[in-house]
Each structure stands twice: as C-alpha cells, then as structure tokens.
Design a binder for this molecule. Structure first.
Ligand code: HAM
Length: 423
C-alpha cells in the first residue's frame, strides 16, 4: 500500500467534484439552462485562457484581480497568457472578434465553467471555482437591467434557494461619476491617516475601491462618506428608479446599498450583488452590473451591455440536496460467457429504449446480487447456462425479492409493462 506521502495531491484551493455530489451540480446546471432558455438566452463557450491584456484591460489594472489574483504565465512563444478569472472580458472579446453585433439586434448569451483566481483559499473561496453567467448586449433601456436581475433571481427561485438579499446600486455614468469621484477623493484625503495602508494608496488611483475595503477602520470611514446615489445625474437617477420599478413589477425587491462598488472596474450605472446569510464570511453568491464602454474599449462599435455571474460552489451549498447516486434500473447478471454476450446485446437494446442499465462482470450469483443491491438497482436480470438453454431470464425485483421467469424475447415488453405500465 502506498503511504499518504506518496500520493500526489491536488493543488490548494481546487476541488474534485465526485459522484454522488456531481449529480447535484448537473441538476443545478440543467435547471439554470432551462431558466436561461425561458428568457431566450443562448450558450456561448469561451476559451479557458486568453491573452493577458483581455483581462487587464477590462477588469482594471488597479483591481485586486489584476493586481494580485491572476494566473498568468508566459507560453513557449513568449506571449503572456492568463487563465480566465471571470467570463465577461472573454465574452466581450468574442462579441467583438466574431462581429456578433451584426445584425444589430440584442444578443443574449450565457456561459458556465471554471474560473481561476489566486485568492487565499478559505471556506467558499477557491482558486478554481465555477460560474454561471449571462451577458446582454445592445439595449441601454432600464428594461434590460431589470430583465438581467430578474433572470438571475429566477435561477435561484427555480432551484428553491430562498432568504437571499439583493443589493443594488447605481455607479453613475461618465458624466456624474468623475464628479462623485472627486468629491469622494477629497473626503478620503481628509481622513487618509485613518485608512489602512492599501486604501491610503488607493485614494488617488481608485477612491471608489476604498468603499469596498473589509477593514474595520475603512468600513467606518466609508459609512460617513458621500454616496454615489446622492450624486447621480438626472438620467442616471431616472434609469435607476425605472430599473427598480420594473423589478418591483415582477416581485423582486432590491435593497439600495449606496456603498456597493463591486471589485471590477468596468461597471457603470446599475451594479448588484446577491448575498446569503447562510454562507458565512464569503456571503456573495452572485454579482453583476452594467458595463457600457467595454465593447468600445475592445475596438467594437459603441454597444451597451449588462450581465451577472453566480458562484456555483456557493450556490450549490445553498440548494437542498436534490442529487443522489445514479441508480441503475436494470442490473444484468450473466453467469457464463455466452450469457454475457446475450446480456450485452439486451443491455444495448434496453439502453436505446431509455433504461438505465448496468452490468456485473464475473463472480458468483450471490456476490453479483450483492453488487446489484449496493448499486440500489431496481431489478436484477439473471441469465445462466440453464436460462440461456430455455431462452429465459430470471428477473428479480430487488426491493421485494419477488422473482419472475421471463422469455428473453419478451423481456422488453415485460419491463415496459412493469416500469412504464405499458400494455
Ligand atoms: P464577481 O463578483 O467577481 O463578478 O464574481 C461573481 C461570483 O463568483 C461571486 O459572487 C462569487 O459567488 C463567485 N466567486 C468569485 N470569486 C470566487 C472564488 N475565489 N471562489 C468561489 N467563488 C467565487 C464577476 O465575475 C463578473 N464577471 C460578473 C459580471 C458578469 N458582471 C457583468 N457580467
């Protein structure tokens, strides 16, 4: 036996998702797909890695992600590449590169998959984690903001996840945000000495980020800071109010959180996060917002956009366990070589008919029945030399132990009758 020291272990902060847990993942992904489709969103599959500039340009050079969390490496050709820390930048890159703005209609896209951030691992925070996300390109109307938030909340609702807090804010536009930024920087400058070292440096470069700092001292200072909500221009205020009115029309209540700034630089106007008290310190299960200048920044035509991403690990910890081991309906137990060939053929036909079929390979009848039991099979189909000679199978219902003799050429009809109630 190999000692523990000899076993190669996975990297810190990544997880294996094993059966039966994986069935909960599949159930959540399937349900999300259905919800996306009901809102007419199509799937986009973007690469796991990109040129580093895709992310540094979109997410912002002074963001935590770009400053210290990206998995960046130089490939053999000397190019700097990065494992995607999020999906939005890649979707924008793909939108522009593939000219998805032609014809110019709203483009509604969703994606699912792994993301990578070199954060300090802790409960609910991983270095490889998964997101379910959506991006909507085109409409600038507050209806798009409300649709996006409603879509996100519908994913939670359809999974039976409750007790969530939707926090919503407006980060203003190129008109009113710089004015607010100045006001905030002035205020923070007057209290620079009380800020943590990191934030003291950020006052000039990115004062909004200070509002997001988790340190107690900075939190207190942020509490008393002027708010963006109070500094919105007329158009931004109307946009924000209309978004909330449309959300109210579908019963989605958002709590206005004037200090919500989000950790990525690309947002303007609507920004939102969803938190759950059941998650502990890492309580954000989803986040998103409007980003009106990214497409242009990627040299595409001026196109506004909005999106969100849900953290799958965190979401899964909130859903009631709907998974379980995939149990075979039929479990073939062939007792000789010839019977095995027959069982292979029957199993193929029954799989094609939609049955979940497993099979045992070798061993005594007793040990194989034990395997069927352990797999939680509904029915064992036993074929030995004697049965084969008579062209029959012994069909044993595992729960009741009831046994029937069924002619092989009537097996499918017999099973259909027992399983589907078909005559
Ligand atoms: P984000 O807030 O950085 O937004 O991430 C969205 C969600 O991903 C978080 O709320 C959290 O649930 C999950 N998440 C983030 N980092 C980790 C981690 N290290 N471990 C586990 N879960 C994590 C975005 O990524 C934006 N791209 C969302 C967006 C789409 N905005 C517009 N469109």
């Amino acid at each position: 036996m190999a000692g523990k020291g000899n076993i190669i272990q996975r990297i810190k902060g990544v997880k294996d998702i094993l059966p039966p847990d994986v069935s909960v993942w599949q159930w959540v992904e399937d349900s999300a797909r259905e919800t996306f489709e009901s809102f007419c969103y199509s799937e986009i599959r973007i690469p796991i890695f990109e040129k580093t500039g895709v992310f540094s340009k979109a997410i912002g050079e002074t963001s935590d992600i770009v400053e210290k969390e990206m998995y960046t490496f130089t490939d053999r050709g000397g190019e700097s590449l990065t494992l995607r820390p999020e999906g939005t930048a890649s979707v924008v890159r793909a939108y522009v590169e593939n000219q998805m703005y032609n014809p110019p209609s709203a483009k509604k896209l969703y994606y699912m998959g792994p993301m990578f951030r070199a954060e300090r691992p802790q409960a609910g925070r991983y270095r490889q984690f998964h997101q379910i996300g959506a991006e909507l390109f085109g409409p600038e109307d507050p209806g798009a903001d409300a649709e996006m938030i409603h879509l996100m909340m519908s994913i939670f609702e359809n999974l039976g996840v409750e007790d969530l807090t939707l926090k919503i804010n407006s980060l203003g536009c190129p008109e009113c945000r710089p004015v607010y930024r100045e006001k905030l920087a002035g205020y923070l400058d007057s209290r620079r000495e009380e800020l943590c070292d990191n934030c003291a440096r950020r006052v000039d470069r990115n004062p909004l980020r200070v509002l997001d700092c988790k340190s107690h001292a900075c939190g207190q200072i942020a509490e008393e800071a002027p708010t963006m909500t109070d500094s919105l221009c007329g158009e931004c205020k109307t946009h924000f109010d209309r978004t909330r009115a449309l959300l109210a029309a579908v019963g989605v209540e958002g709590k206005v959180e004037p200090r919500l700034v989000r950790g990525l630089d690309y947002y303007s106007r609507t920004a939102f996060e969803v938190a759950s008290g059941a998650l502990g310190a890492q309580d954000a299960v989803a986040g998103g917002g409007r980003y009106n200048s990214l497409v242009e920044q990627f040299n595409g035509p001026s196109t506004t956009a909005i999106g969100f991403a849900i953290g799958l690990e965190r979401l899964i910890s909130l859903v009631e366990d709907k998974g379980g081991v995939l149990a075979p309906e039929l479990f073939f137990i062939p007792l000789c070589a010839e019977a095995e060939e027959k069982a292979f053929l029957l199993a193929r036909n029954l799989r094609n008919d939609g049955y979940l079929v497993d099979m045992s390979y070798g061993g005594s009848l007793k040990s194989q029945l034990k395997k069927a039991n352990r797999a939680s099979a509904n029915v064992a189909v036993i074929i030995g030399e004697e049965e084969l000679a008579k062209s029959i199978a012994l069909v044993k219902e595992m729960k009741t132990g009831e046994q029937s003799t069924v002619p092989l050429d009537e097996l499918t009809q017999w099973l259909d009758k027992h399983f589907m109630g078909e005559e």
